[in-house]
Write a protein that binds this ligand. Structure first.
Ligand code: ADP
Length: 199
């Protein structure tokens, strides 16, 4: 791994803007990117055994089993040891995933530099997700009950993952309200300061 390789977890509730901002960060900094949600949707669309085993969880707005998601990320990390940096989007989502992730990164001579949390008000999240459902046809964005369940799961299972990284002083909270470009500007400041600290 290059000494200045930057590894960032992009964290936040469903609808916080992780996917949108990850795309922009990729373009600007040349980072590689994995969205576990996206990989799962691809597996489901391809009709693979892995996809079939996760379909029910996703359609109910529940989390996929830790073991399956951890294996997906382990596979990604092994293939991306030589990049300038990585964005992990939608992972880790449970404390078990965070613990396994540390082992995976260690094993590959890498480390998470920072968890960047995108913070946005709940009603704004629901509004954005329903709109995304209308525009993309994404099944888990099209039903308000499923959206509310994902937000509930986020508060119950995922929010605590930030505490895991707080212990080692690796959390940075960014205001996720405002335009895409405003939020991107704030994110770039955070990424620049991580990059500068590694020089
Ligand atoms: P969002 O953050 O907008 O809910 P994602 O595309 O990140 O969307 O994830 C969609 C769904 O995929 C989640 O609701 C969950 O069911 C599943 N999923 C994604 N990442 C994980 C993960 N790390 N662990 C368990 N399930 C996951």
């Amino acid at each position: 791994m290059a000494k200045d390789c930057v590894n960032i977890i992009l964290f936040g509730a469903p609808g916080a803007g992780k996917g949108t901002q990850a795309e922009k960060l990729k373009m600007k900094y040349g980072l590689s990117h994995i969205s576990t949600g996206e990989v799962i949707r691809q597996e489901i669309a391809a009709g693979s055994e892995l996809g079939k085993s996760m379909e029910g969880y996703i359609s109910r707005g529940e989390l996929a089993p830790d073991e399956l998601v951890v294996n997906m990320v382990a596979d990604y990390v092994e293939r991306h040891r030589d990049t300038v940096g990585n964005i992990f989007d939608g992972f880790p989502r449970t404390t078990v995933q965070a613990e396994e992730f540390e082992k995976i990164m260690n094993k590959n001579g890498m480390a998470v530099d920072m968890m960047i949390c995108l913070d946005a008000p709940e009603e704004e999240l629901v509004k954005r997700l329903l709109l995304r459902g209308l525009e993309s046809g994404r099944a888990d964005d099209s039903c308000e009950d499923v959206i509310r369940n994902r937000l509930k799961v986020y508060h119950q299972m995922t929010e605590v993952v930030a505490d895991y990284y707080k212990k080692t002083d690796r959390v940075c909270v960014i205001d996720g309200a405002g335009s895409i470009d405003e939020v991107f500007g704030r994110l770039c400041d955070a990424v620049d300061s991580i990059r500068n600290s590694k020089k």
